[in-house]
Design a protein around this ligand. Structure first.
Ligand SMILES: *[C@@H]1O[C@H](CO)[C@@H](O)[C@H](O)[C@H]1NC(C)=O
Ligand SMILES: *[C@@H]1O[C@H](CO)[C@@H](O)[C@H](O)[C@H]1NC(C)=O
Ligand SMILES: *[C@@H]1O[C@H](CO)[C@@H](O)[C@H](O)[C@H]1NC(C)=O
Length: 426
């Protein structure tokens, strides 16, 4: 997850609400549209009358929604009362958009003890599996699939754990047996599984390809991992968690290219590979900080970019750190809308593999808006993965660990129940 960042709040809560494209409730066939529902747009065939207290407001030519509080709406300067009409076709979702391909949660534990300088303490890794005295990650995943409709889990692990401390590609088979048990539990649930090397572009404080392990070392790691799962199309390769303060973004793109080439040459020719940018893979600065331009040049060995998907993270708290209980933004104006436009213009897609907030009302509001926006733009966004379940303790501020009541009955945390579980969005 993000560690410490200083991010000024760029958008007032009120402006964020106005910009929101929200609840993906089905309103067709109803005579009035509930607050935040769609009420118009070029392809819209459903109801156009908002329920009492809301006003149908055009956000762009393709999308209008019911915004509560006509009085407050008119109090806002006209320049912010509705998003400007699209100035390029890249701002308009494809007609096919509307439903995300993936929704899921991180199952944390093997990454415990890893710091943002790429050190991972040998005693820190804690498998989220009961046979290794951890939480019941296997049961959690089965519950999330069966009861909530989830279909992806991200399984963070430190490079050091995989190779037992060596900055290379020789897998320690004893340690791998433990991690693979989590991957197999994920596969058994029927979901797709993201193998996430959780090292912040580093190994023991040094940056890959820029003073630390060479690109060949990094490629060797990914070659070994990919060989294990070459024939499994449910595996997604998460090349690296949250690079940050990487001095040369083009050299980092070379490191990512080395990993992609190694994965493909190991026989994993078609699975999704996630390409991470600088600045903690911030969705907000993916384009502005130069990650987009550098990483769009990464290709498969045949020169295509098929299933090379950008990895982006975003939290909803005041400094994008994912450490505060309260949420202050749905990230639409500052991050998701500009990113969607860039992706469409460049024919690419992104996957939001970390997001989250506290189990409080502000997060339920903003997260539901973020998820609805991502869904409305599912031509360029593959989905989201919440942070986090697995081995976190009950009461962790961003906890999404469900409670096991026995007899196969689980209770979700409030944010999962309200917004993140796909079944909750119907
Ligand atoms: C990193 O991202 C944060 C917002 O997520 C932003 O405030 C900061 O300026 C970014 N840094 C760079 C170098 O882009
Ligand atoms: C490899 O796994 C063993 C057994 O769980 C553990 O003791 C050791 O610390 C692990 N190595 C690293 C570097 O985490
Ligand atoms: C991205 O941010 C880094 C600081 O982290 C800065 O040195 C670099 O110039 C930025 N690159 C671009 C293209 O903005």
């Amino acid at each position: 997850m993000d560690v410490v960042l200083s991010l000024p709040i760029k958008m007032s809560k009120f402006a964020a609400l106005l910009a929101a494209v929200t609840l993906a409730v089905t309103v067709r066939g109803q005579s009035t549209v509930p607050a935040w529902g769609q009420c118009g747009g070029s392809d819209w065939t459903g109801a156009t009358t908002c329920e009492s207290g809301s006003v149908c407001t055009a956000l762009n030519s393709a999308y209008s929604q019911c915004i509560p509080g006509a009085a407050t709406t008119t109090a806002v300067p006209t320049s912010t009362s509705a998003a400007p009409a699209p100035t390029s076709s890249c701002q308009v979702p494809a007609p096919s958009a509307g439903k995300l391909r993936f929704a899921g949660v991180n199952i944390a534990g093997f990454d415990f003890g890893c710091s943002s300088d790429g050190t991972c303490s040998a005693s820190g890794a804690w498998p989220p599996l009961t046979q290794y005295y951890g939480a019941d990650g296997a049961g959690q995943m089965k519950h999330f699939v069966d009861d909530d409709g989830y279909n992806v889990f991200r399984l963070p692990v430190g490079w050091q754990f995989i190779t037992n401390g060596v900055a290379g590609g020789d897998i320690d088979e004893d340690n791998w047996t433990e991690y693979d048990a989590l991957v197999q539990a994920c596969l058994d649930s029927g979901a797709s599984c993201i193998v996430d090397v959780h090292n912040y572009a580093r190994f023991n404080g040094e940056i890959i390809g820029q003073g630390g392990p060479t690109n060949e070392d990094f490629a060797a790691l990914w070659s070994s991992i990919a060989a294990k799962y070459a024939d499994n199309d449910k595996i997604i390769f998460g090349v690296m968690n949250e690079p940050h303060d990487v001095p040369d973004i083009n050299m980092w793109a070379d490191s990512v290219q080395a990993a992609v080439t190694a994965i493909r040459q190991a026989g994993a020719t078609s699975q999704i590979i996630l390409l991470p940018g600088n600045n903690w893979t911030s969705a907000e600065t993916f384009v502005s900080n130069g990650s987009a331009d550098a990483l769009k040049k990464v290709t498969n060995p045949d020169g295509s970019v098929t299933n090379l998907v950008f990895d982006v993270h975003k939290y909803l708290d005041s400094d994008n750190s994912g450490t505060h209980e309260d949420c202050v933004t749905n990230n639409i104006d500052n991050a998701w809308a500009p990113l969607a436009e860039w992706l469409r213009c460049n024919g690419r897609q992104a996957f939001n593999t970390e997001t989250g907030g506290g189990n409080v009302a502000s997060c339920e509001t903003f997260m539901c808006e973020q998820v609805a926006y991502q869904s409305a733009n599912s031509d360029v966004f593959l989905g989201y993965v919440g942070w986090a379940a697995g081995n976190f303790y009950q009461g962790y501020v961003l906890g999404e660990v469900p409670t096991d009541n026995g007899n196969g009955v689980w209770t979700d945390t409030a944010l999962v129940s309200a917004c993140l579980a796909p079944n909750a969005q119907k």
